[in-house]
Ligand binder design. Sequence first.
Ligand code: GDP
Ligand code: MG
Length: 800
Amino acid sequence: MNNTVKLSQLLPGDTCVVSKVHGHGAFRKRVLEMGIIKGRPIQVLLQAPLNDPVKYRVMDYEVSLRRSEADLIEVTEVTDPQQKHELVSTGTVLCDETLQTIGSHSHKVINVALIGNPNCGKTSLFNIASGAKEHVGNYSGVTVDAKTGHFRYNGYRFNFVDLPGTYSLASYSPEELYVREYLRDESADIILNVVDASNLERNLYLTTELIDMDRRVVIALNMYDELRRRGDELDYEALGRMIGVPMVPVIARTGEGVNKLLDTVIATFEGKHSDVRHVHVSLGPDMEAAVRKLIDRLKECENMHHHFSPRYVAIKLLEGDTMSEKMVRNLKEGTTILELRDILRKHLEDMTQQDISADIAANKYGFIAGALAETFMPGNKESNQSTRIMDALATSKLLGFPLFIAIMCFIFWATFYIGQYPMDWIESGVSALSLLTHSYLSAGPVRDMIADGIIGGVGGVIVFLPNILILYFCISFMEDSGYMARAAFIMDKLMHKIGLHGKSFIPLVMGFGCNVPAITASRAIESKSSRLITILINPFMSCSARLPIYVLMVGTFFPAHASLVFIGLYLTGILMAVITAKLLRKSLFKKDETPFVMELPPYRVPTLKASLRHTWGKGEQYLKKMGGPILIASILVWALNYFPRPADIHDTNGAAQQETVSNDSYLYRIGKAVTPVLEPLGFNWKATVAAVAGVPAKEIVVSTLGVLYTGDEATAESTLAERLKADNGESSEASNDGFTSASALSFLVFILLYCPCTATVTAIARETGSWRWSAFSVFYNTAVAWLASWLVFTVTRMIL
Ligand code: GDP
Ligand code: MG
């Protein structure tokens, strides 16, 4: 099978035929001069000791190319030995037909990078094209990583990469930097610029930067339904010709136009699209003259970066962009170029009396306005009227907060109250299963492992699936409708009081689902200190993995005041977050520089499909965890609790045996060893073990309780809740294995606040770039938890 790959991907001994040469300027010219042209066979000879550069044979000479250069040469690999031999011996350029026979079985690959403003529908398009299940949300900053999806279409293999949203390619926010580095380092064949058709002017600003970059771009005019609904008219074909970039209207939500879009991508890739040409976004005579001078100097540089055109770099240099400066400084001629840049900047500033970046932006927007004037007819229908009406409500002085609180209350009510029904069904299913194993399997370790270890542990966690699905559905609905951005908007002032941005609010709410994606979503916050604080307080947002513990304990010990305790717990978490944020702001990060600029997208009716897909995605994750880590942890905890076993005890004396075993098991010993630390909080050894076991993942707390509080045959049909209480009679403190109300409450507070789970700790390290903050989080949170629990335990005991 033959494959279109980059020359750099081949290994010594491989033979290939050139199918395309990418890159700019000096490099491209030189390569073509050397005879590396389409149809030319190349043989890979050997790699330099450090793997770079690589030596190739072309015709009858040898040439050395750096990997970064070989990246730009696209080739068709030849694997047939006979063909290989012929190619190597003749070395002549193949005509198109022969090339085609070589490539006839080939899966030609197109790498497509999706680039666009936040919230323009990139992820929706990505999902519909590649059949992936990435999360869409109606606010900016949902996608913070590159996601790759693959699919085949019309004989091509497409690699789609969904990138974070950016307004420009400056290096201001982490997303912009990320996208820019992606464009610099990865070779995307086609940039698919996703444009929100209902917001053309601003979206096309990014397009002007891509045009400067001189890459092959195709525009997906997304949200075309919204444009139509407003009665706007756009001659997109004319606009596309004007800016030299093919445009295809699509509706990513429904998939309309996606095939046409892919056809256009293929045509552009093959160089067959008639609209493609390089235009200059004119910046006015003075600026152009300066750009020209810089370009001339940049073109002389030998090792300029191939993926960025000199024009793009020149403009960025004039704008004073730090990343381009850094890039140029590393060139041999760097200092002189930067000196020239400074002179030109000074000159321009004196002339225009204006900031250069502002001047460039104004010119670009002028270009866009000019292009739209000829092709765009705004309709007379009131745009976004519903958004205006809804915002009049959602952000109003009088109703904004009550509405917000009502929505939050509704979400928690739905999660717990509605969730109760399916939960009961699953619970009775689990009990039935346990009973079944007890009556059908013969007694012995295997039965005990299945009934107590697996069903007790995993079953104890699985019953909370409905609660979690409902919570995620609600969060996803809020995000997708656009309400989340309003929540951030109305919360800004409050958030400001603790030294944060309204934008920090979104990751904090997401934290109620899971802290890991929430911490990743903090990347959307531009200010470094705000971002750090938001990340560090996120674990105090009670995630859904802690939910099962609350449901279990609250239902068992505080059935009469369930809502109160629930709300109290969530509020305690929030309070700790607030205190921590204030402390951090006061002590470590004094100042916050960045302004609060946040887009408020129009409200959109969330598609049920997207919400369900997202929700189900989370459910799947939950189930996977159940089958993996939680299953293993359950069996481990069970085994530690089951062994060592006195060999001579048989199961005829059930209850007595239970007693002896528990009090001598490995787990009991571990629990006893740690108990002194947690005893002041009212924890018995089982609670201690559960808390310790929950460090890898909070779900394990409940599964551990499930394993530790399994009964014998006589109590097999009782629920875990009943068993938790069963032991707490008036017996002496020492033999007391159950919970009292006071110790249950203190246990809840401890679980709420103590050290974040392993995944969260890793996420903190990744996002802050340092394990120091992870360590801080582990120690600080555990200390806070200990103090708070102790306080709760002492006070409750006094009251009760
Ligand atoms: P991203 O931030 O660019 O990845 O955008 P998303 O894919 O997350 O989508 C943002 C919002 O726009 C979501 O609420 C989508 O449901 C909505 N959306 C996406 N495509 C379309 C479309 O073609 N028409 C309409 N009306 N809404 C869309
Ligand atoms: Mg996205």
